[in-house]
Ligand binder design. Structure first.
Ligand code: PMP
Ligand code: GLN
Length: 383
């Protein structure tokens, strides 16, 4: 059989590779981003009750109305953003599906989409699967600041979309108001759309505020904003997320969504709607994760890593050259897993050109005893 791959160079994601390596070698897995602690018992009870109550058939294509209404109420109460749950919110099978769906809905073959690297691994393949081209610009440690003049210079007559990830995995940087203004000026001037991956919206630290594209009127009019309950409710395995976009963009999004998944699993949507109606949970998330960040960061510093400040997400970037300056980041992550029993992610995996700044990413969405055990293993590095 002759088969011409659409994605010939795509292998297994670095998250799967490192999690498998950790499992094979009995390493503590601080690589792939997921909590190792349970989600709220009330959320589990709500899911079980929803199934027992018979909510086991197809949900409406755009999502359970009660869940969309709860999300609209949350956006209004917490950020004063009015959103029509009927025409502007679509429930998706995780953020990954929302990202793919928005990309597929917008890009025609031959179009270009601008990415800012380091970027999440699903964006570029999703663009290429449409016959479109990712145009990738590198941001640099330690600040990963965006040079908006360079972004504008990358716009061509074929550009249709700019993808931003704010807060950023793995850079942990967060947009300022002037970043939003600069993005808005470019997309208005060149008549472009924005896909804003805001899955870490509630995981920001040290008093920093996350500013959504939804809070900026010019961006609100031309953006898909994507979220994940996996991050906010410690339930990455549920794979439920949502996309907020103006009616015209949501209508196009739903044209693809209805043939990609049609609708998202029903009992989990009931459980999430019920849970969102309870006293708010996300307000405690920053303090909860900031303590874990500090616990991990103090320990990593003590064993000799040089840390980039983690402003957001549940990741910590660490420069390892004081420990091994003879290894690439991929080699170092492998060495640390095999020889010291702690798995991390090499940051070069987030760059299209494989740029290696000798940084690895550790996940701190872990029980305190998991973090302590990892640090105990790494203590040998200090000797
Ligand atoms: N975007 C970013 C930046 C992520 O880090 C992740 C997952 N960690 C996703 C999207 C995917 O989210 P989901 O698991 O809901 O598909
Ligand atoms: N988003 C997670 C991370 O950054 C990984 C999710 C996945 O494995 N696809 O670690």
């Amino acid at each position: 059989m002759r088969f011409v791959s659409k994605l010939p160079d795509v292998g297994t994601t670095i998250f799967t590779v490192m999690s498998q390596l950790a499992a094979e070698h009995g390493a503590i897995n601080l690589s792939q981003g997921f909590p190792d602690f349970p989600c709220a018992p009330a959320l589990l009870d709500a899911a079980s009750s929803a199934m027992q109550a018979g909510h086991n058939q197809y949900a409406p294509m755009a999502g359970l109305p009660a869940l969309r209404q709860a999300l609209a109420a949350k956006l209004l109460a917490s950020q004063q953003i009015p959103v029509d749950p009927e025409t502007e919110i679509t429930i998706t099978a995780g953020a990954t599906q929302a990202l793919f769906t928005a990309i597929a809905a917008v890009l025609h073959a031959g179009d270009e989409a601008i990415l800012l690297d380091p970027s999440y691994d699903s964006y570029a393949p999703a663009i290429r699967a449409q016959g479109a081209t990712p145009v990738r610009l590198n941001l640099s440690a330690p600040t990963f600041a965006i040079d908006w003049a360079a972004v504008e210079a990358a716009v061509t007559p074929r550009t249709r979309l700019i993808i931003v990830n704010n807060p950023n995995n793995p850079a942990t940087s967060v947009f300022s108001n002037s970043d939003l203004d600069a993005l808005a000026a470019i997309v208005e001037h060149h008549d472009l759309l924005v896909l804003a991956d805001e899955v870490y919206e509630h995981l920001v630290y040290d008093g920093i505020t996350h500013r959504s594209v939804l809070s900026h009127p010019a961006l609100r009019a031309r953006s898909f904003a994507v979220y994940s309950f996996g991050k906010t409710f410690h339930a990455t395995g549920w794979k439920v997320g949502y996309c907020v976009a103006p009616p015209l963009l949501s209508a196009e999004f739903r044209k693809v969504h209805q043939f990609l998944v049609f609708s998202v699993n029903t009992p989990m949507q009931h459980a999430l709607a019920h849970h969102l109606a309870q006293p708010v949970h996300w307000q405690q998330l920053s303090a909860f994760y900031q303590a874990k960040r500090d616990r991990l960061a103090n320990g990593l510093t003590a064993v000799g890593f040089r840390l980039q400040p983690s402003q957001s997400t549940y990741f910590q970037l660490a420069d390892f050259t004081t420990i091994r300056d003879d290894l690439s980041d991929v080699e170092f992550a492998r060495w640390l897993t095999l020889e010291h029993g702690v798995a991390s992610i090499p940051v070069s995996a987030f760059y299209g050109d494989g740029r290696d700044d000798r940084l690895v990413r550790f996940c701190f969405a872990k029980r305190d005893d998991t973090i302590d055990s990892a640090l105990a293993r790494l203590a040998k590095l200090a000797n």
